[in-house]
Write a protein that binds this ligand. Sequence first.
Ligand SMILES: [Fe+2]
Length: 289
Amino acid sequence: MKLAVMGDIHGNHIALKACIAHALEHKADEFIFIGDYITDCPYPQKTMRIIYEMQRRYRCYFIRGNREDYMLNHRNNPQERWTYSSASGNLLYTYENLSEQDMDFFESIEIHGVYDKKNYRKFRYCHGSLTSSKELLLPDNENMESIMKGLDVDLLISGHTHIQESRMYGEKKLIHPGSVGVPWYYEGRSQYMILHSIEDVNHPFGWEEEFFQLPYDVGRVREELESSGLYEKAPYWAKLVTHALETGEDYTTPCLTMAMDLCREKEGNVQWPDIPVKYWDMAYTHFIH
Ligand SMILES: [Fe+2]
């Protein structure tokens, strides 16, 4: 059995197509999608079209990421303030370009899943952690040891970190397949993995991961960012996403944090998403030279 595991697509349908084509060439039998299908790259409907086509044509498993949770929360709380600005413009743009069908699809899936099939070793997968779509399963997470210790299987797969790596915690293994759409490191090449089932009953996990980093047409994503209007609707966010796509260095979160800190320092308070442009500009020039 070969399982293609893809996560953190973030609306990058061009990278997604490259990964799917590669996985099919490598004879992937099934696909596991571990969330964050949308936001950051434009035209989310193009990504969702591919997702539905995959669902029709192949054996696929889907779970939800924190970005889908943001969309669902917004549907349930329409009074939540999202404006066209660097902080929330990308979310608002994505929300306006999703259909009811997309929202219902997100609502129908869980934030974690279990692969439990006869003749194969059971493992679990999630976007963030098994209990939160936005928890980062990284070594500096203070819950890390107890999460892995409490796991009822030997292998856990999670996304959200955008870092492609595997780590051991005691006898248990945690694998991050990396990000399809806004990949970190490897000069921004698109990342996913194939899990190969291992027949040896003495194998510690029953599965072995093979990581891939694929070049794709980043220039086309940049063109779509331009044509979508995202450089006007979410100026600094779109510029930071472009930088991440072109280099594999993602400063979106540190830049947002710094802009908010600067605003709080100078104005005495800060209210997301209303962060004045001058603080975005200061933070942006701090990170991007
Ligand atoms: Fe995420």
